[in-house]
Design a binder for this molecule. Structure first.
Ligand code: CP3
Length: 351
């Protein structure tokens, strides 16, 4: 056995070096929702699919959608084009994306509904996604990191129970608190399915995986511990048991004061920070050396110009001394002028 090599000797992928604990200037940059409707070439490609899930499950289309922002901007990482709600679909739940309305799921309301979910079938039904991952891996330049992802159990369960998007996920929270046994069973199903789904993406060529917990911010501390921290910790452990070298980024959006707990207890390699997190505070309270990802306000990207320059400056200055992956604090909005993304990449590369 040879000696373990440090990341800078084994990889040209700057994002992996940062996840290995190095502080790199300029910081690597990618953007959540970097593929999507703000890009004319995406809208064009999207017309070839009969609906959004069909788009996600056609590898030739999904590979192309993943690569579009890489070709246009030379970002440091590509994120698999897919969606977090492919997992409930693969479990056998009825999931539809209605044009202009967002996701609609047949809500899970009882333990009978849970019985019907087909856990062993998940990776088979998601095999087109793994074909997409390997297609992208084969096409990417060697310096570009490939990110796989899944929704974290709380966020996915919230959609599964609520049946649609929501401001506060009151139905899902109520179900979780009123029927804790059923809800814990659902979270367990999602932990198992998500470990399988992420492991299959890594086996197909994903270099890193990210867990999106978009609705972590609606929970009180006790539910946050049980529904966010515990399942995330189980997924990190499960993925690491199979793929010890693969970094896991956790993105507990709007976790606020619970962020330090998340960073300490889940075992994630890095934390994604949403727009509200003050970087000076994060730098003080997060474990020394823990890499961070974020957290430009997407609105600064829409506005561009001096507003964008100032907002980028603040992040680069305040993150100083800590390994940073530059990103937004949430996804690229649909109204973003595509040329502002090019401006942003240039600003970050100028340091
Ligand atoms: O980041 C990327 O470029 C990769 C692709 C990606 C999508 N969704 C594509 C998508 C990723 C990583 C996601 C994650 C996702 N999906 C999250 C977590 C991140 C977040 O935004 O909080 C959530 C909550 C979802 C669920 C989801 N998917 C919703 C609520 C919607 C409807 C809202 C909307 O923007 O239309 C989607 C649809 C969706 N997922 C689109 C894209 C490009 C737009 C659909 C289309 O093109 O018709």
């Amino acid at each position: 056995m040879g000696k373990a090599k440090s990341p800078e000797l084994t990889t040209r992928k700057t994002m992996l070096a940062v996840l290995g604990g190095q502080t790199i200037t300029p910081a690597p940059i990618w953007l959540m929702r970097q593929a999507g409707r703000y890009l004319p070439e995406y809208r064009q490609l999207r017309t070839q699919a009969k609906n959004f899930l069909d788009f996600c499950f056609r590898p030739e289309l999904a590979v192309e959608a993943t690569l579009q922002p890489i070709r246009r901007y030379g970002l440091d990482a590509a994120i698999l084009f897919s969606d977090i709600l492919t997992v409930p679909w693969a479990l056998g739940q009825n999931v539809q994306f209605l044009e202009g309305e967002g996701p609609k799921l047949q809500p899970i309301l009882s333990s009978d509904d849970l019985q019907k979910l087909d856990v062993p079938g998940v990776t088979k039904r998601l095999s087109p996604v793994y074909q997409t991952v390997s297609g992208v891996a084969a096409a990417l330049p060697p310096e570009t990191t490939l990110i796989g992802f899944a929704g974290a159990p709380w966020t996915v369960a919230a959609y599964m129970v609520e049946g649609t998007g929501s401001r506060d996920f009151l139905i899902a929270k109520t179900f979780g608190m009123a029927e804790p046994r059923s809800f814990d069973r659902l979270l367990d199903i999602l932990v198992t399915s998500t470990v399988e789904h992420l492991s299959a993406q890594i086996a197909a060529g994903a270099d890193v995986v990210q867990l999106f917990d978009s609705w972590a911010g609606v929970l009180a501390e006790e539910q946050f511990r049980r529904w966010v921290i515990a399942p995330t910790k189980a997924i990190v452990a499960g993925v690491r048991a199979r793929h010890p070298a693969t970094p896991v980024i956790g993105f507990p959006r709007c976790a606020g004061g619970l962020l330090p707990l998340y960073a300490r207890e889940t075992g994630v390699t890095a934390v994604g920070l949403d727009t509200q997190v003050p970087l000076e505070w994060a730098n003080d309270i997060l474990p020394a050396g823990l890499p961070i990802q974020g957290n430009l306000d997407p609105v600064a990207l829409i506005v561009g110009g001096q507003v964008l320059r100032d907002a980028v400056r603040v992040i680069l200055d305040q993150a100083k001394g800590r390994p940073l992956i530059f990103n937004l604090g949430h996804g690229v909005p649909m109204t973003t002028p595509p040329e502002h993304v090019a401006e942003l990449v240039q600003l970050v590369r100028e340091g």
